[in-house]
Write a new protein. Structure first.
Length: 134
């Protein structure tokens, strides 16, 4: 793990959202309307996503608790799902119906996120929880 420089540390510390992705070695955080990542193994900050006219209301990596999934044939699917980044945005001029839920895969090697799902028409989203089927 490389020591974080003070500029990156201030940027991460000033973010309202900070998530850890151990698969990619990223601290994922926001700065304004951007989703950024700090690769704590390489000691490098990278831009992941920018939402031009939207405000980010949530970023989240789902947490996995061993034993959550009791059906063996579903375990691999859920293991992959828990590696996904959720990003929720909205238009501040219309928070009652402009919420957008997006789910991304974060590939290895500083590649751009791959959008896997997008759902629109929500009120401003402030939290999400995934409950696996037993």
């Amino acid at each position: 793990v490389k020591k974080m420089n003070s500029a990156d540390a201030k940027e991460v510390a000033g973010s309202p959202f900070i998530e850890i992705n151990t698969n990619t070695n990223y601290l994922v955080y926001t700065k304004g309307n951007e989703v950024k990542a700090y690769d704590y193994k390489m000691g490098q900050a990278i831009n992941l996503l920018t939402f031009a006219n939207e405000t980010i209301s949530l970023i989240k990596m789902q947490r996995y608790t061993p034993g959550m999934v009791r059906t063996p044939d579903r375990q691999a699917d859920y293991n992959e799902l828990f590696k996904r980044l959720v990003v929720c945005t909205y238009d501040p001029a219309s928070p009652d119906n402009s919420g957008i839920f997006r789910q991304y895969e974060l590939p290895l090697g500083h590649q751009l996120p791959v959008k896997e799902a997008e759902e629109t028409g929500f009120p401003k989203i402030v939290d999400v929880t995934f409950n696996p089927m037993p």
